[in-house]
Write a protein that binds this ligand. Structure first.
Ligand code: NAD
Length: 355
């Protein structure tokens, strides 16, 4: 297969981790006989330093032309002035809306080798494997908002249309069908009118999937269930705001931000793949970053944008193998000896090449 990847390293550790992800995907191409092309483009603070703004037009065009996009991270303390009109993080919203990326997929898998590295008890989190599907281009983050002239009142509107709910719930139901057949929809239908629409439409969509086990939970209850019975969840679908919060909570189940990948998908066109973590300026340029979240994001690209399931699984197996062999970056080393970003990436490349 021939495919083009637009690589947007961005700020901080972004360049270090996307380099490793790219090497792993090149190893996949060599091993499985594919022809992949990579083009690199400025984004975030790196682009702003060149006077181009957080999301240069050239970068957006390259993304539109690619089969998949690898993003490192955006954001840097140099651009943290809250009064600034331009910020590196604006590139994220720009990419999502320009490419119509309405679905954010975040798998949270607790790896057997790392059950002890998170803050929760091992017997509680062992076997946890959840796919969160968060609505990404609607809801309160995109609704009408304003502040009164005297600055003493403000509002943000949370709205959804039937079509927006239908497409995200259908995507989640399809994903659940391909996984363990369980779907949970999370809302706040006891209080919010918009959630009552969400619940009604979600129920209608799920009626088309009689094989699914379907559960509905309120967001406040979900935050507790996630900590008391995380193993019970398979696919969880929810609105933009609730998804933002609950996926960060779930990241603690996995032990380290350095392990969590994500995908943002639209109805058609390229998907955007990025680690959940940020640009980690505190460790940038020191070969300390864990590249596995970026590498697992690349595996999601192979699965969701190129339909290369076997190759995606090969990357995930390779990651499991290097962890099982005891390799740890500093964030998951728990005081034991650790390897650097480059060595960890090279180990995954080697495991992929011998798969
Ligand atoms: P962060 O995720 O960058 O870092 C949080 C902590 O986790 C830090 O101590 C960091 O060293 C550690 N960490 C993160 N990724 C790691 C990895 N791969 N390996 C080892 N350790 C890792 O979050 P933050 O410090 O709140 O934000 C830093 C910058 O990143 C900010 O400018 C923020 O806006 C931006 N940010 C960007 C994204 C994105 O691009 N999607 C997401 C979150 C934050």
């Amino acid at each position: 297969m021939e495919a083009t990847f637009a690589v947007l390293p961005g700020d901080g550790i972004g360049a270090e981790v996307t380099r490793q992800a790219r090497d792993v995907v090149e190893a996949i191409a060599d091993t499985y006989g594919h022809s992949f092309t990579f083009t690199e483009h400025d984004v975030g603070g790196e682009a702003m330093r060149r006077g181009l703004g957080p999301l240069p037009e050239e970068t957006l065009e390259a993304c539109r032309a690619a089969d998949a996009i690898f993003l490192g991270a955006v954001g840097h303390p140099d651009f943290d002035d809250p009064t600034a009109t331009e910020r590196p993080e604006q590139a994220l919203l720009g990419l999502r809306s320009a490419l119509g990326l309405f679905a954010n997929l975040r798998p949270v898998r607790v790896l057997p080798e790392l059950v002890d590295s998170g803050p929760l008890k091992a017997d509680l989190v062992t076997g946890t494997d959840i796919l969160f599907v968060r609505e990404l281009t609607g809801g309160i983050y995109f609704g009408d908002s304003g502040t009164s002239e005297d600055g003493d009142s403000a509002y943000s509107v949370m709205g959804y249309t039937r079509g927006e709910v239908e497409r995200i719930v259908r995507l989640a139901a399809d994903a659940a069908t391909n996984r363990r057949g369980r779907l949970t929809s999370v809302d706040k239908a006891n209080v919010l009118e918009v959630s009552r629409l969400w619940r009604r439409v979600a129920g209608e969509v799920v009626a088309d999937y009689p094989g699914l086990e379907y559960e509905v939970l309120l967001i406040d209850a979900m935050t507790m269930h996630l900590l008391s019975r995380p193993r019970d969840f398979d696919v969880v679908v929810t609105a933009n705001l609730f998804g933002d919060i609950v996926t960060d909570e779930a990241s603690m189940l996995a032990g380290s931000m350095g392990l969590l990948p994500s995908a943002s998908l639209g109805a058609d066109g390229p998907g955007l793949y990025e680690p959940v973590h940020g640009s980690a300026p505190d460790i940038a340029g020191q070969d300390l970053a864990n590249p596995l979240a970026a590498i697992l994001s690349a595996a999601m690209a192979l699965r969701h944008s190129l339909d290369l399931e076997q190759e995606a699984a090969a990357v995930e197996t390779a990651v499991d193998e290097v962890l099982a062999a005891g390799m740890r970056t500093v964030d998951i080393a728990e005081g034991a000896t650790h390897v650097g970003t480059v060595e960890m990436g090279a180990a995954v490349v080697e495991a992929v090449s011998s798969s």
